[in-house]
Design a binder for this molecule. Structure first.
Ligand code: HEM
Length: 67
């Protein structure tokens, strides 16, 4: 889910809202228990992103350590 934000979710958002200013998430590494993504945005909403990630894990009854 989180690794698909860039190429699936936000791509669809952009189609519906062309004026949306979306961040970029570059997946650097992905294994079964590790995901390294680099967040880039002109708006520096990394705490908002952290909140969305925490809630994504909560929604899927899962847990993770986000560093
Ligand atoms: C179905 C799920 C999602 C939808 C529909 C969605 C949609 C959107 C929309 C509409 C915006 C606002 C763009 C604007 O104001 O111009 C946004 C921004 C953002 N999204 Fe998503 N998003 C989703 C999931 C996520 C998740 C899981 C993350 C986790 C990291 C994320 C990270 C962000 C961040 C950090 C921003 C703030 C803009 C910025 O940092 O430049 N999104 N998203």
């Amino acid at each position: 889910m989180l690794s698909s934000i860039e190429n699936h979710i936000h791509v669809e958002v952009k189609k519906n809202y062309p004026e949306a200013e979306l961040p970029t998430f570059i997946v650097e590494e992905k294994t079964t228990d590790l995901l390294i993504m680099v967040y880039k945005s002109s708006r520096a909403m990394y705490y908002f992103g952290l909140g969305l990630m925490n809630k994504t894990f909560e929604h899927f009854n899962s847990s993770a350590e986000i560093l």
